[in-house]
Ligand binder design. Structure first.
Ligand SMILES: Cc1ncc(C[n+]2csc(CCOP(=O)(O)OP(=O)(O)O)c2C)c(N)n1
Length: 796
């Protein structure tokens, strides 16, 4: 196995002088970081920034940790890690302040282009065209999110990917992404956040999977104000985790306790433990105790409210910077004067960087304010009062020391409202419009891939169904497709509950684990949250995971990381990271409260930033998998739970054909009424349509195919223009996805203009269906109800 000792670290330590310089440089970084926290807080309290959360108290531990963070490694952490970022060379003080000010210029805030609160870091994973960078040769930061413990499921996936790379039979094809899976995922978390289920599910899964995950728990004793006695069994995460401890003959975690002020001790423990982790992939957890928080939790309040005077005194005494200073002096590594010089130098550096960040942030807004003031002053008006008012608007805008873009737009609007008939009011309107246009790129762009890797660019290729194509069960179409897919694309992995050995509960992967390997198609524990996390980490590292949520009803367990993490990745990094997870699930009609779900309103509203595919059969589903795999956008495909044994014709071009996203299909032509729907219920609508035909009512049935995006070319409108009547049908609750489709067609497509009768929705009941076929019949739209609904529209 390749030697993985930290060469930089070792070389530094060779001579006393080298060692001393390295240690003093570390102290300097720690002091810089502390100054950033102090000054950052002041920037918020004086109103230049909105909110601040800082890493004071965790400096020394993070410096020790950063020494062993190598090219190819990943971090999945949280908002306390500024020192780690500075020490790893992945953030500058100036960039830190740019983010604090919410500077929307990616050049200034390279982590989030002002989209995230301060200390939410990221590095670039994909280039402008969506191609993966050589992550194996970079230090990688997966973009932070605010929900506590939200980094845990992703961390599992980032570490799990190393295992995939190490076991892969296609290492050559994956070389730029990994060096034999030697990469560690560093994961940081606050002690109170370990109370979340996310933490425990991740720890258990990592212990089972044996992946190179290093968890650092920063134990400062509190979660905001709530002490750890109320958070953690036995008041200690390492004590509580004892049953997870790896023994010689078991899997599990190696668990270490270190002290946050003990620079030398931490360096020693981290080095050895991380070296072993790289080699044997048995996860480790460092319980970093005795962490202080000199400024309290955040700018939202002061910690004097909940910490006792004794605790506050203890925190001062055990402040890691103070302890490191004492250690430097005791060991003859620095004199008081050296330390004073370092501190003065650090202070100056932070101030200078802060000023640069502010100047860069404010310059374009000032320019807008000046130009607006000029336009306002030049407005021609007859009324002297209005004239005076306009001059005041212009002056106030220019005198504002910290103007925001919204102040500029508001002032422009007020000026136009004051003098709407001024001959040059149009110039102000035009300028305001141009600023609004510019703001779209700054504040509203990159929810999805916009460049060549957008899944929306994938052209339609129709399935080839030869005249003698065999008629097979739906699951056999998927099975044959997945077989071909795994043979052709080494980046694709599939996993979930019962996916491996038996090939999923409906046989989509039957026999494929045996053929393509246990490393490619695998079983997981019952843990939807971390199944999603596993997929997130793999996707971020350039693999193409298909993660299965066994039934759509259980998506709720995995919805949080999909909504908070996957769906926001592209947006919150302004396109620097893509997370092309494919979630495979099955839903709609079956039996019982938890096997009949179609909560599509919930799905589409929680998952903006993902695509939502609702194929009516397995042939369509395959086309959607192909489309998604050709792009970089994340998506969920919801197969019809009752469709696996329905008969379909086997296409001849399984790996080639695509179903374009956002393009509905007319599945039955008609002239009297447009019926818009998707998924399993289309078959019931078809039955209703046949019966209505006998009465002389001709239904045009449209399968929307994807809810996100929705009918991008307004094909439904074309049908409505022909029929003048429309009905939207689905199995969701009232006001769910049918209401969404209604809104899209009526408001966005302007469908209301073409109506001869009131538009209508038919949905499931507000409650979930009772068990059994009659439970289904009386809870989901049935053919009789649909027929009655269509008749009522026709008789208006
Ligand atoms: C899911 C969720 N719940 C609540 C919060 C609000 N919140 C932010 S930080 C925090 C305390 C976290 O404490 P700890 O994990 O010990 O980390 P520390 O801030 O002390 O480093 C809370 C409750 C949140 N961000 N996310």
């Amino acid at each position: 196995m390749e030697s993985t000792t930290s060469v930089e670290y070792r070389n530094d330590m060779l001579s006393f002088e080298g060692f001393r310089n390295a240690v003093l440089e570390d102290y300097r970084t720690a002091v810089v970081s502390r100054e950033v926290s102090l000054l950052g807080r002041r920037e918020v309290l004086t109103g230049k920034a909105k909110f601040g959360i800082f890493g004071d108290g965790k400096e020394v531990a993070q410096i020790a940790m950063a020494k062993f963070f190598r090219q190819g490694d990943f971090r999945s952490g949280y908002y306390r890690d500024q020192t780690f970022m500075f020490a790893s060379g992945l953030a500058t003080v100036e960039q830190y302040f740019s983010q604090l000010y919410a500077d929307p210029d990616l050049k200034n805030d390279p982590f989030s282009a002002g989209r995230q609160m301060n200390a939410h870091f990221a590095t670039r994973f994909v280039d402008e065209n969506g191609n993966w960078l050589d992550l194996a040769n970079r230090k990688n930061i997966s973009s932070d999110i605010a929900p506590t413990a939200g980094q845990m499921p992703r961390a599992l996936g980032l570490a799990f990917a190393s295992k995939c790379f190490r076991q892969s039979k296609h290492k050559d094809a994956l070389e730029s992404l990994s060096h034999n899976g030697n990469e560690i995922c560093f994961c940081t978390i606050g002690d109170a956040s370990t109370s979340e289920g996310h933490f425990w599910e991740t720890i258990n899964a990592a212990g089972v999977l044996q992946v190179p995950l290093a968890v650092f728990v920063w134990d400062d004793g509190y979660g905001i104000s709530v002490p750890k006695q109320f958070q953690t069994t036995k008041g200690s995460i390492s004590e509580a985790l004892k049953g997870f401890q790896k023994t010689e003959n078991s899997n599990g975690f190696r668990i270490f306790k270190v002290k946050a002020w003990d620079y030398a001790g931490m360096c020693e423990v981290f080095e050895e433990a991380l070296q072993t982790l790289r080699e044997d992939h048995a996860p480790v957890l460092f319980h970093v105790e005795e962490v202080t928080q000199p400024q309290g939790h955040s700018t939202s309040g002061s910690h004097e409210r909940y910490k006792s005077p004794e605790r506050l005194e203890w925190e001062k005494e055990w402040d890691c910077l103070k302890k490191m200073r004492e250690w430097l002096i005791e060991n003859g590594l620095a004199a008081a004067e050296d330390i004073a010089n370092i501190e003065a130098d650090a202070k100056a550096h932070v101030r200078e960087s802060r000023n640069k960040a502010w100047d860069k942030y404010i310059a374009p807004i000032r320019q807008q304010a000046d130009k607006s003031a000029e336009l306002i002053r030049e407005m021609m008006v007859n009324d002297i009062d209005v004239y005076g008012q306009l001059q005041r608007y212009a002056a106030e805008l220019q005198q504002n020391k910290e103007p925001l873009r919204r102040d500029v737009l508001r002032t422009l609007a007020l000026a136009v409202e004051a003098a709407p008939n001024s001959p040059n009011a149009g110039l102000l309107r035009e300028y305001a419009d141009s600023l609004i246009e510019e703001s779209k790129e700054l504040y509203n762009s990159h929810l999805y891939n916009q460049g060549p890797k957008s899944a929306l660019n994938v052209e339609e290729i129709k399935p080839l169904i030869p005249f003698d194509a065999p008629t097979v069960n739906g699951y056999e179409v998927l099975n044959k497709y997945f077989d071909a897919l795994f043979a052709s694309n080494p980046k694709v992995y599939a996993f979930g509950e019962d996916v491996g050995y038996i090939g999923d509960v409906n046989q989509g992967f039957a026999g494929l684990q045996e053929k393509h390997g246990k490393d490619r198609i695998l079983d997981t524990g019952i843990r939807e949250l971390t199944i999603v996390g596993q997929a997130i980490g793999m996707a971020l590292r350039g693999l193409r995971p298909i993660a299965e949520i066994q039934y759509l009803d259980y998506l709720l367990y995995g919805l949080e990381p999909l909504s908070d993490d996957v769906a926001t990745t592209h947006f919150r990094t302004k396109g620097q990271q893509s997370c092309p997870v494919i979630i495979r699930s099955r839903g709609h009609r079956l039996e019982g409260i938890w096997h009949s779900g179609s909560p599509m309103g919930m799905v589409i509203n929680a998952l903006r930033g993902m695509y939502v595919c609702v194929p009516r059969n397995m042939v369509q589903a395959v086309g959607m998998y192909n489309t998604l795999l050709a792009g970089n956008d994340p998506a969920i495909i919801i197969e019809c739970l009752n469709g696996y044994r329905l008969k379909e014709k086997m296409p001849a071009n399984l790996l080639e054909y695509t179903v374009p996203l956002g393009v509905p299909e007319v599945v039955r032509e008609g002239s009297d009424i447009t019926v818009v729907s998707y998924g399993s219920i289309l078959r019931i609508i078809e039955d209703a349509a046949v019966r209505l035909e006998a009465e002389g009512i001709s239904c045009e049935i449209i399968d929307v195919q994807t809810l996100l995006p929705f009918d991008t070319n307004h094909l439904i409108l074309q049908s409505l223009q022909k029929t003048s009547r429309i009905i939207f049908i689905d199995e969701d609750v009232p006001g769910g996805a049918a209401a969404y489709m209604f809104n899209k067609v009526m408001e966005e497509q302007g469908g209301y203009k073409w109506l001869d009768a009131s538009p209508k929705t038919i949905t499931g009941k507000a409650h979930r269906p009772g068990y059994g076929s009659d439970g289904d019949y009386f809870s989901k739209p049935n053919a009789e109800e649909i027929i009655a609904g269509i008749r009522s529209v026709m008789s208006e």
